[in-house]
Design a protein around this ligand. Structure first.
Ligand SMILES: NC(=O)c1ccc[n+]([C@@H]2O[C@H](COP(=O)([O-])OP(=O)(O)OC[C@H]3O[C@@H](n4cnc5c(N)ncnc54)[C@H](OP(=O)(O)O)[C@@H]3O)[C@@H](O)[C@H]2O)c1
Length: 323
């Protein structure tokens, strides 16, 4: 038998139910994956609460690492016993899960399971954000919100490696220190300090060529003020709630700025894109340019507490659930 965390009703973390199941047999193109570590993502909160409603009953979780235990028909690029990881397959809150083989990546020996579970989805989000959504250039002054979060700490280091100057928002001095230690040049502790003022100070009143906002409702309007004329606002999440609808004229008023609302799923579409994005991430981690910070771990069966802490802004860096 194997443990799986199921959700029968959208709502609070108390709705998670721990069940014992027989490991399923993989179908064509699938593998049975034994998870050694599972990544927690804010996306899981959106699915649980109904911002992006999960189809019920559901097993949440999009990021994990483990060992291939059985192969379905037609899977020829993996073998039983391979160490693999992914950041795209739903159903990861489980000791064992079925996964489409074409979403799995062989894990380099130098990357541990918990590190992989802490970075696959988050890192493969950061890579396209800073290289393709906007190709950040050395010398760019960039604003990145939630700089001490799972995505944020990876982004700060990646931006630093490119040669950007990073301004990042955090909610405490402790998180400011952590962000600074991961490449954030100017942590701004909100709401004590104004990130708009900080951006204007550091850019001679011009604003940033790109602003990355995953907080949404609480920061969106001020983020727009931080974008320089004809710059880009990247709204890629809403941890504080959905952004209010607005007319396109608002972009004119902000300096003819551009707006995009990207999702990793539109940047990592084909197997070739998946392999390339994952390889870029592995290279950054193996070269020591991006260190993966696991701020806290929980037993998989304590996933409800992990969700409470993530929503209450108590977590730092990545959170890993241990089956
Ligand atoms: N578009 C995509 O493809 C994509 C993919 C992955 C992730 N994302 C987005 O990236 C963001 C970060 O994801 P993550 O999993 O790494 O989470 P995280 O950053 O570790 O956690 C969210 C952080 O947001 C900050 N925050 C500010 N206001 C908040 C509020 N009202 N409630 C909760 N948190 C608040 C908190 O940091 P402070 O306490 O320092 O303010 C909190 O720690 C999320 O918005 C997620 O949806 C988007």
């Amino acid at each position: 038998m194997a443990k799986v965390v199921r959700l029968y009703e959208l709502g609070g973390p108390e709705n998670f139910v721990i069940e014992d199941v027989d490991p399923p047999a993989p179908g064509p193109g699938e593998v049975l994956l034994r998870n050694h570590a599972v990544g927690l993502n804010f996306y899981d909160v959106y699915e649980r609460t109904g911002v992006y409603p999960a189809e019920l009953p559901a097993v949440l979780g999009m990021e994990s690492a483990g060992v291939v235990e059985a192969l379905g028909e037609g899977v020829d690029h993996l073998s039983v016993g391979d160490r693999v990881a992914h950041g795209t397959v739903g159903g990861s809150y489980a000791e064992v899960m079925l996964a489409p083989a074409d979403q799995l990546l062989r894990l380099p020996d130098g990357i541990a399971f918990d590190t992989a579970a802490a970075m696959m989805g988050k890192g493969m989000t950061v890579e396209p954000l800073v290289t393709r959504t906007y190709a950040v250039q050395p010398g760019d002054v960039v604003l990145f919100h939630a700089a001490a979060g799972g995505v944020g700490l990876i982004a700060c280091q990646w931006l630093k490696a490119i040669g950007a100057t990073v301004i990042g928002t955090v909610s405490s001095d402790e998180k400011a220190d952590l962000a600074r230690a991961h490449g954030c040049d100017h942590p701004v502790v909100t709401p004590r300090e104004s990130f708009v003022d900080k951006v204007m100070d550091l850019t001679d009143g011009e604003g940033c060529p790109v602003v990355y906002d995953s907080i949404g409702r609480d920061t969106y309007d001020d983020s727009m003020k931080c974008v320089r004329r004809r710059g880009l606002l990247v709204s890629f999440g809403q941890s504080s709630g959905l952004v209010e609808p607005h007319r396109p004229n608002v972009l004119t008023g902000a300096g003819s700025i551009y707006l995009t609302r990207p999702t990793m799923g539109d940047y990592v579409v084909t197997r070739a894109e998946l392999e390339e994005t994952a390889q870029n991430l592995f290279d950054m981690v193996l070269a020591g340019k991006v260190r993966i910070e696991i701020g806290q771990t929980y037993p998989l069966t304590d996933v409800a507490q992990a969700h409470r802490d993530l929503e209450a802004r108590k977590t730092k860096g990545s959170t890993v659930l241990l089956p």
